[in-house]
Design a protein around this ligand. Structure first.
Ligand code: NAI
Length: 469
């Protein structure tokens, strides 16, 4: 069985960075080099004051312990490839924006470029591991590219090892994963390569949590897991619309159905809609795969999960407008939270972006506060969401504030878009004193104590609760 002494990870993003930093921490005998073409990102990973490029609780501690010992960050991709016995490909696989499959298929350009680089550079045998989320049978394309370009006496074994970490709890998830999934060809070489990667994980993951399966099952399992998780959110959100129309309470409904052990209580929290770089992209990927396989009904079934999510965001922003007497033109709205969920600075597909764009279209004034997201990221996301508006026009309507209290000053309404813990301890008395009256709170994350806020004088509208404000 090949033994892994040196690992290279191509892609120093939200997955490659934390995953391989944890491998380095848990396997001091393995030298781990994380490479990326993005110089600024690598500089941030190497920054003397540990101002890392991504915010993730516990990550800094891991990097502090391992960096410079057996964990290295570099832009020298070729050297990383050359030296490694095992290479993780952890590059981005966004939804295609143009060409065949635009809007649903995964853009595999980055995976292909990384694969071709491995083939061009490697002069010794390598285990190549798909860490990126990819459509079913991508490993086959990688194998063909690698074999067609390999040097004599160089063999490549390809594994699929999708990542199940959730942003915001990435380090916790990596330290104690529900499972590690490794897919390989069922040949003797494929199984040996699989065992070599199992050995790496066995340094801290119990053996019964390491699942070994066929390559295609592994690739499909990742898409399936994300599709099922997102489907659960869309299901509870669909029920939240019924609650608002009938006077039922989504918290009570979720609790009641979650007591059924077949359903379970986790991931049943209604919200303004799911975001993040993965759920929508991976479902659309599954939709595209189903369509390519001529499984029209299957494709339509999964597509509905995304449709429901879009509906939930629109429904929420419409509720804000309807409640504020059918117009928000010239009114100031405080949006608390811009990240797609708490404990991350990631804004990809964040519901807040859609809400703010809707408010801008209604010509409202918007104050934004988020404890982690960089201001430059907010401006870039808002510009991308409204391509017909110049940044100057956007900045006439939108301000970024440095506290929740500041964002709420002189506002007509507060919209809670991200479930940051600090929003649970806001001094609502002071917020109320500084707002125009009637003062509204729209809770898109089931975060506030409704009765307490109503006692102060607020009019409170909550996702999945339809009672009078
Ligand atoms: P990311 O965009 O944060 O990072 C990808 C990095 O790869 C970028 O820094 C980019 O510069 C680099 N890169 C691209 N091509 C390269 C090349 N040829 N050579 C060197 N570097 C290159 O993406 P993220 O979020 O880390 O996602 C990576 C993959 O993991 C995606 O397929 C995603 O679907 C999957 N995934 C993401 C999760 C998440 O929570 N973000 C969770 C589980 C899987």
């Amino acid at each position: 069985m090949p033994r892994v002494n040196k690992i290279c990870c191509i892609g120093a993003g939200y997955v490659g960075g934390p995953t391989c930093a944890v491998i380095a921490l848990k396997c001091p005998h393995i030298r781990v080099t994380i490479v990326d073409l993005n110089q600024a990102r690598i500089d941030a990973w190497n920054s003397p004051d540990f101002h890392l490029p991504i915010y993730e609780p516990g990550l800094e501690d891991v990097v502090r312990k391992a960096r410079g010992r057996n964990l290295f960050f570099s832009t020298d991709v070729d050297k990383g490839i050359q030296e490694a016995d095992l290479i993780f490909v952890s590059v981005n696989t966004p939804t295609k924006k143009s060409g065949v499959g635009a809007g649903s298929a995964a853009d595999l350009n980055y995976v292909e470029l990384a694969t071709r680089r491995i083939a061009a550079i490697a002069t010794s045998s390598k285990i190549v591991v798909e860490k990126s989320t990819v459509p079913c049978r991508t490993a086959e394309s990688m194998r063909i590219i690698l074999e067609a370009n390999s040097k004599p006496n160089t063999r490549f074994d390809i594994l699929s090892n999708p990542e199940f970490l959730a942003e915001g709890t990435a380090i916790k998830d990596l330290f104690a994963p529900d499972r590690v999934l490794i897919g390989s060809l069922q040949t003797s070489e494929g199984k040996e390569a699989c065992q070599a990667l199992c050995e790496v994980y066995r340094n801290w993951v119990p053996n019964d949590k390491i699942l070994t399966v066929g390559l295609w099952s592994s690739e499909l399992s990742k898409l399936a897991a994300n599709a099922m998780l997102a489907q659960r959110i869309s299901s509870i959100n669909a029920l939240s619309a019924i609650c608002e129309a009938t006077g039922a309470n989504i918290d009570e409904v979720a609790h009641s159905i979650g007591q059924d052990s077949r359903i379970g209580s986790k991931f049943l929290r209604a919200s303004v809609g799911f975001g993040g770089s993965c759920f929508q992209k991976d479902i659309l990927n599954l939709v595209y795969l189903s369509e390519s396989l001529n499984l029209k009904e299957v494709a339509e079934y999964w597509k509905q999960v995304v449709t429901m999510n879009e509906y939930q965001k629109r429904r929420f922003s419409k509720r804000v407008v309807d409640t504020l007497f059918n117009t928000i033109t010239g009114k100031r709205i405080a949006v608390l939270g811009f990240a797609f969920k708490a404990d991350t600075g990631d804004t990809r597909e964040s519901a807040a972006i859609t809400l703010i764009r809707d408010f801008q279209e209604e010509r409202a004034l918007v104050n934004i506060y988020d404890p982690q997201v960089e201001h430059s990221q907010i401006w870039s996301d808002l510009s991308e969401a409204s391509p017909s508006m110049s940044l100057e026009t956007i900045q006439r309507q939108v301000s970024i504030c440095s506290s929740a209290l500041e964002a709420c000053r002189n506002a007509e309404a507060v919209v809670i878009a991200t479930e940051w813990a600090e929003f649970k301890t806001i001094d609502w008395q002071s917020v109320y004193a500084g707002m125009n009256k009637p003062a509204f709170v729209f809770d898109g994350r089931l975060l506030v104590n409704v009765e307490e806020l109503r006692a102060i004088g607020f009019k409170v509208a909550v996702i999945g609760r339809g009672e009078r404000l």
